[in-house]
Design a protein around this ligand. Structure first.
Ligand code: HEM
Length: 507
């Protein structure tokens, strides 16, 4: 009933809801993108909705992205928004369970591990894992390579999730983790992952089995890494490993404190959780879209042929530098991340009242909205990336929009650029990485993703290796996105049909 009372005009408009406390949980949970677009129609770019007792204020559009992603980290706190979800899963003293300055240093340590010379070594490792997976080594045996005239079928998310964990463990996570990928590790990962859901974000501690399993799995996972680190230290760390553990050992904070074993272990878990579903989801959406567009698969394939097929018909291995020169594949990944950014909502919690810039939204010409301390604020690049006001044919998957510097994307942005004066850079397929960009699948600002290059390397290599060997097609409609998981995944059925390429059969 309080919704009928005269509203405090300095607060952003509140989204109407029937059930107190529950608020707009159904609309938001079902389809947050549509929910936000509908709310924008009614209330403008800034509005507040109630989500199971929490007040969440949303700021839309590139300026809304800028307001939140570029906000002061001391006021718009990521750790206050996330720590109750992440700390029981990652463990103590890392990421959001430490002061923000420490997280910044930890990100720097990780960046050191994600360096060029390591990336160069990763390409052939990833290629090798994918080939093994396709040929025989898959525990799920999704790819039973069959006769050339026979079409097989696989659940794309199951397949890509397995490929992602195999390739990430072989490269970033390291030899010992790759060797530990057996049923046991898979179960521990599944239990840990089962504790990383919207329910756990909303209710950090409930007396439910998934919470207990999460806590046990965290301990087991942490012990696994600590054991690896100790053994390596005992061996004198002399090996020439190119993985992240090797890079993190011996790192020191600026105050001279060394990164302790449990901190390294917990950073490794954080990286596992940060990369696994994001990359699996993206890889799945890429393959689903490709399977629906044979002419684009053909372009990807011909690009591979041009760069990597030897005169005798065998394939030359890819080098990291090569992968960066594949515009068709690059556009396919970029466009898929535009339509399916794995993270649809980025949250911060306000430690102080915050004034909304009048250019973004305001109650009157001389007034400003104030978002009160304690509110969550939410930025959604998933909305600005498909906003019909910004992109031509915004809901159409069209990789070519990125290839033409005079083309679709530029014109769409130019319009925005002219009218609002926002800075948007156009290089080949590049939109500004700034906090004001409408395109931010990897976030922006202080908390921006550091895994972007690794994700591109992994996705490019996996997709290229598959497309070289198999033809794919989709016999069903494009699966709908499931927004009820932390990461936006394709709903079932999500089967892709495949068969060996003729050329591969002969080779
Ligand atoms: C942060 C997306 C892969 C590590 C982020 C954020 C986004 C994102 C949107 C910002 C979160 C926020 O501001 O609250 C993605 C996507 C990926 C991907 C779309 C793959 C397609 C990875 C991988 C790693 C990784 C592979 C590790 C190797 C991180 C880290 C942060 C981050 C450490 C920083 C968190 C912070 O500073 O608060 N990612 N990510 N991500 N991501 Fe990724």
């Amino acid at each position: 009933l309080f919704q009928l009372l005269p509203r405090d005009k300095s607060r952003p408009p509140l989204v109407w809801h029937w059930i107190p406390v529950f608020g707009s949980a159904a609309g938001y949970g079902q389809d947050p993108i549509q929910f936000f677009l509908d709310c924008r129609e009614k209330y403008g770019n800034v509005f507040t909705f109630v989500l199971l007792g929490r007040r969440v204020t949303v700021a839309l559009g590139p300026e809304g992205n800028n307001f939140i992603m570029g906000g002061k980290h001391t006021v718009m706190s990521a750790e206050d928004a996330y720590t109750h979800l992440t700390t029981p899963v990652f463990g103590k003293d890392v990421v959001y369970d430490c002061p923000n300055e420490m997280l910044m240093e930890q990100k720097k340590f990780v960046k050191f591990g994600l360096r060029l010379e390591n990336f160069r070594a990763y390409v052939s490792m990833i290629e090798d894992e994918v080939i093994q997976f396709m040929n025989k080594d898959s525990s799920f045996r999704i790819f039973q390579m069959n006769d050339i005239n026979e079409w097989g079928r696989f659940d794309v998310l199951d397949a890509v999730s397995e490929i992602t964990i195999l390739t990430a463990s072989r490269t970033l996570q390291g030899r010992e983790v790759r060797e530990a990928i057996n049923k046991n590790y898979a179960q521990v990962f599944a239990d840990l992952d089962g504790g990383f859901t919207p329910l756990h974000w909303l209710f950090p501690n409930l007396p439910l089995p998934s919470y207990r399993k999460r806590d046990l799995a965290q301990k087991k996972m942490s012990d696994l890494y600590i054991d690896i680190i100790r053994k390596r230290r005992e061996a004198g760390n002399t090996s020439d490993e190119v993985d992240m553990i090797a890079s993190l050992c011996n790192q020191k904070y600026r105050n001279g404190k060394v990164l302790e074993d449990h901190e390294i272990a917990h950073i490794m878990i954080a990286l596992l959780m940060a990369g696994q579903h994001t990359s699996s989801a993206t890889g799945s959406w890429i393959l689903l879209h490709l399977a629906q567009r044979p002419e684009i698969v053909e372009e990807v394939y011909q690009e591979q042929v041009k760069h990597f097929r030897n005169p005798d018909g065998t394939w030359r291995s890819m080098e990291y530098e090569d992968i960066r020169q594949l515009p068709v594949l690059d556009c396919v990944i970029r466009e898929t991340l535009r339509m399916h950014p794995p993270i649809h909502s980025i949250m911060r919690k306000l430690r102080d009242d915050v004034v909304v810039p009048q250019t973004l939204a305001s109650p009157s010409e001389d007034g400003s909205y104030v978002v009160p301390k304690g509110d969550m604020v939410l930025s959604s690049a998933a909305v600005s990336q498909v906003d019909p006001l910004l992109w031509r044919n915004s809901f159409e998957w069209d990789p070519s929009r990125w290839a033409d510097p005079e083309g679709v994307a530029q014109q769409a942005f130019k319009q925005y650029d002219d009218e609002n004066g926002a800075k948007v850079d156009f290089g080949f397929g590049l939109v500004s990485k700034g906090t004001e960009s409408p395109y931010q699948p990897f976030g922006a600002g202080r908390h921006r993703c550091i895994g972007e290059q690794f994700a591109y390397l992994q996705l490019s290599t996996v997709v290229a290796t598959l497309i070289r060997r198999v033809e794919i097609k989709l016999e069903t409609d494009m699966p709908k996105p499931n927004y009820q998981t932390m990461i936006t995944l394709p709903k079932k059925p999500r089967n892709i049909c495949y068969r060996r390429r003729e050329f591969e059969q002969q080779a």
